[in-house]
Design a protein around this ligand. Structure first.
Ligand code: ADP
Ligand code: MG
Length: 617
């Protein structure tokens, strides 16, 4: 309990005690005096806020409604009713703030990535500093049970890491010397020494926290709607109450009855159930998704994801593992196999493309591993040309060969493998065929999406027709387009967006060569992309590991969150409408009204918290 909550509880108890004490007292004025004291103890802050807000021009809020209702009750001589309504209201607020506080804590526990203190080794001594003080190159010492403070490379130690907070993966990951580790994971077994290669603020943990915090600012349409709604709704209700007090009384002359009914009307009309529970539902949904390694950058994207009708995938690294294996090497005359693959790998030395890594893996341990070009030019969606002194060496697809006007000997249009063409000094030098495997869970994801009612699944790729067709068939996607440049992927997505009338278009990619598409989609999902600034920037949803199933999971989570939001809206408005009607007809009194108000708010808050528990496919 916070200090404020404790104070409120004490006030409620004191006020209730005073009220109870006033009941047996027969001297009328003494009894009223004590009740008045009880009223002030329970409600002074509400009255004060109501007065203050009138001067600030924000007249119509719950403080105003409660003050008007209780002052009104006292005005018509219903002293007990006035006091009790205030006590009940405060009790409701008390439980509500307990529930909201608990929910917020639950969400922030899930994204509890921030290390508190860090040990760093400088000149053989260990100092305790805050994570922000770590410089690149510093050695962080992480004891078992502690969180890794910064991203970096292990320089000594061998241990298992709990990366659940980061990736949602519950299995410990074993790490050893020279492995790269991310901040926010927990060291489980033995002491690790880690050389920082980023500052804390650029590290995974800090970036995730930043994204989660920013997400609160990107309001959903429903939230904006509720805010606007509350603004119009409260004055309307106040006018309605006034009308209810005056008009029937003019005809019947029963002022007391109708004013009492109007006051009831005021109490019920409090919109706080919605104002609190709707943002809380989104917050809980985002928190729950984060616990699974799905970072949703704003409540508005929950709405977009929930409305998904077309899901577009990038191929390499998204649907496929992006871990190519070299299948065969076929050099032209004048160059041998080793040199062909060696120069190809060297040409790719500075590239981050999955193909580049495959080639580099293939020459591990040979002299080409160390050979670096003087410079290189990468053509997205085509390949790369590297300069070694006066010589050039190029690796890429057919389009690159056309660009170089290198005459290709074979045409592999029919091949199921991805074919890399190479050219030495602009002359075709042979080809390397590589193959990739479909990601685990990719086919499952496509069929899960169909079950979710996604009407169209599309694969876009820069790879050649043959390789694309094979994968499309294996996965069961509805459509595919091959041979696309990054710019073609954008126009293809625009086309899909135009033809999608009923819902939103989601794009999932790995952030390599597809950042523009990520931005253009209604919601862009970047996979395993925490390493790539461009992708994290461009995407609306960031998957912290590259589990493709999370694409379907994020839609499931979004839909569930939206359902909870609507449950709360319908439930709150439904109960209020019912009690308003009954109150206006005089069936229920002010007590029922307060119960309806605080009870509904409390139930809505508890319901909102269900959004934190997420399930996937
Ligand atoms: P995808 O659309 O499948 O994700 P990209 O757009 O990244 O693929 O690349 C499309 C094609 O361009 C690749 O299949 C490859 O033939 C060629 N390519 C792109 N970058 C490179 C590179 N660095 N080295 C060799 N080939 C490349
Ligand atoms: Mg790609």
């Amino acid at each position: 309990m916070t200090k404020n909550q404790k104070r409120r509880l004490i006030r409620i108890i004191v006020s209730a005690a005073l009220f109870a004490a006033s009941i047996p007292i027969t001297a009328e004025y003494v009894s009223i005096g004590i009740k008045f004291a009880a009223y002030i103890v329970a409600g002074y802050d509400v009255l004060w806020k109501a007065v203050r807000n009138i001067f600030r021009g924000k007249i119509f809020d719950e403080n105003f409604l409660m003050s008007a209702a209780t002052v009104g009750a006292v005005g018509i001589g219903e002293y007990s009713e006035g006091v009790l309504v205030m006590i009940l209201y405060q009790t409701g607020e008390f439980f509500q703030s307990l529930a909201v506080g608990k929910s917020r804590r639950a969400v922030s526990e899930i994204v509890d990535l921030r290390p508190s203190i860090t040990h760093t080794e400088r000149n053989g001594k260990i100092y305790d500093i805050s994570p922000e003080e770590i410089e690149i190159g510093d050695i962080a010492v992480v004891y078992p049970g502690e969180k890794i403070p910064v991203d970096g490379e292990i320089v000594s130690g061998e241990s298992a890491l709990d990366t659940a907070a980061l990736t949602g993966e519950s299995m410990p990951v074993s790490v050893t010397k020279s492995d790269h580790v991310m901040s926010g994971s927990i060291n489980l077994n033995t002491v690790l020494k880690i050389r920082a290669d980023k500052k804390y603020t650029d590290s995974a943990a800090a970036r995730i926290l930043e994204l989660v915090e920013e997400s609160a600012e990107k309001k959903s349409k429903s939230e904006n709607f509720i805010t606007k709604f509350a603004k119009i709704y409260t004055p309307c209700v106040t006018l309605g109450a006034l009308a209810l007090a005056v008009i029937p009384s003019l005809f019947t002359g029963e002022w007391r009855i109708w004013i009492a009914r109007a006051l009831t009307f005021l109490v019920v009309s409090c919109p706080c159930a919605l104002v609190i529970s709707v943002p809380l539902s989104f917050f809980a949904g985002i928190g729950g998704a984060t616990s699974r390694g799905i970072l949703i950058k704003g409540a508005c994207y929950i709405e977009t994801l929930a409305k998904a009708k077309t899901v577009v995938f990038d191929k390499t690294g998204t649907l496929t593992r992006g871990r190519f294996e070299v299948v065969s090497v076929s050099p032209q005359e004048g160059i041998d196999e080793k040199e062909l693959i060696g120069l190809s790998a060297s040409a790719e030395a500075y590239s981050n493309h999955p193909i580049a890594f495959a080639l580099k893996r293939a020459v591990c341990g040979t002299k080409y591993e160390e050979l670096r070009p003087d410079s290189c030019t990468e053509y997205p969606g085509e390949g790369i040309t590297a300069f070694f002194g006066n010589e050039t060496f190029s690796v890429g697809n057919k389009k690159l060969m056309e660009r170089l006007q290198a005459e290709v000997q074979n045409d592999f249009h029919e091949s199921y493998e991805t074919i890399l063409y190479t050219a030495k000094n602009g002359k075709f030098a042979g080809y390397i065929s590589i193959s990739d495997t479909v990601k685990e869970g990719a086919a499952e994801t496509v069929s899960a999406l169909k079950k979710l009612g996604i009407s169209r699944t599309v694969m876009l790729t820069g790879d050649a027709e043959g390789a694309a067709a094979k994968i499309a068939e294996k996965l069961g996607v509805d459509e595919y387009k091959a041979g696309l440049f990054p710019a073609d992927k954008v126009s293809e997505l625009e086309r899909l967006k135009e033809s999608e009338q009923n819902g939103s278009v989601i794009f999932a990619g790995d952030g390599i060569n597809d950042a523009p598409v990520l931005t253009r989609a209604d919601a862009g999902i970047a996979m395993g992309a925490l390493g790539s600034d461009a992708a994290v920037e461009a995407a609306d949803v960031v998957l912290m590991n590259d589990d493709i199933r999370h694409v379907a999971d994020s839609i499931i989570i979004a839909r569930r969150t939206m359902r909870i939001v609507w449950e709360n809206i319908v439930f709150a408005l439904g109960v209020k409408a019912a009690v308003l009607t009954l109150g206006a007809l005089g069936v229920t009194g002010m007590w029922a009204a307060v119960f309806a108000d605080v009870g509904v708010a409390l139930i809505a808050v508890l319901n909102a918290m269900r959004a934190i528990r997420v399930r996937g496919i």
